[in-house]
Design a protein around this ligand. Structure first.
Ligand code: C5P
Length: 218
């Protein structure tokens, strides 16, 4: 495809979502929140009573997801699930189902379908390595675990969801370890990725840093 992709990968709560949307908005490009697809798979499986150890059934759930991304909202089977998929329990289940090859394979074509003119900003764990290895710019966005737990805590409280910093810190360390150590598509910078540390940057500064990298690309 000649449609350019900016891949933004990194650990949970590194600010990828906000930053990807900001970069996409500035360029007038499409955006893919690939984590949402894993969260939607987890939510759909929960709703259908599919056991989290049944890999084949989870692959089918991922393949058959009836989802619609529209005006910043996300619909599953026609229901607005924007808040439901952000629950920590769904995020944790998403991280477990994301370790299953059948699920990752099932979501591959769905992710690539987001590559539409004039360009795509894709955020996730393996955008630059697996899904869009030919991305024109690959950013590996990191932030220390304390900064990420604090951001997540603030976000949840702003949404009226109760949150506890110590619990978030523990869950985040667990999730980081699982995402980094799994067999399929472990979290690691893609070849040619630029590492960007956002611990001490605002969202705006991080977006600007990526736009600068895009302008300066070889
Ligand atoms: O980014 P977010 O926290 O929404 O992602 C939820 C989970 O989905 C992550 O913990 C990760 O395990 C998984 N994921 C993945 N590959 C992606 C995006 C998310 O494995 N490209």
């Amino acid at each position: 495809s000649t449609v350019p992709v900016i891949a933004i990968d990194g650990p949970t709560a590194s600010g990828k979502g906000t930053v990807a949307h900001g970069v996409a908005e500035a360029l007038g490009w499409q955006v893919l929140d690939s984590g949402a697809l894993y969260r939607l798979t987890a939510l759909a499986a929960t709703r259908r009573g599919v056991d989290e150890t049944d890999e084949a059934a989870l692959g089918q759930v991922a393949l058959g997801l009836d989802v619609l991304f529209s005006s910043g909202r996300i619909y599953l089977d026609g229901d607005d699930v924007c808040e439901a998929i952000r629950q920590e329990a769904i995020g944790n289940l998403a991280s477990r189902v994301a370790a299953l090859p059948a699920v990752r394979a099932a979501l591959l074509a769905r992710q690539r379908a987001f590559r539409q003119p004039p360009g795509l900003v894709a955020d996730g764990r393996d955008m630059g390595s697996v899904v869009f290895p030919d991305a024109a710019l690959k950013v590996f966005l990191v932030a220390d675990v304390e900064a990420r737990a604090e951001r997540r805590c603030k976000q949840l409280i702003e949404k009226g969801i109760s949150a506890n910093l110590a619990d978030l810190l523990r869950d985040m360390r667990e999730r980081d370890a699982r995402d980094a150590n799994r067999q399929v598509a472990p979290l690691a910078p893609a070849e040619g990725a630029v590492e960007l540390d956002s611990s001490r940057l605002s969202a705006r500064q991080t977006i600007q840093a990526i736009l600068d990298l895009w302008k300066a690309r070889a």
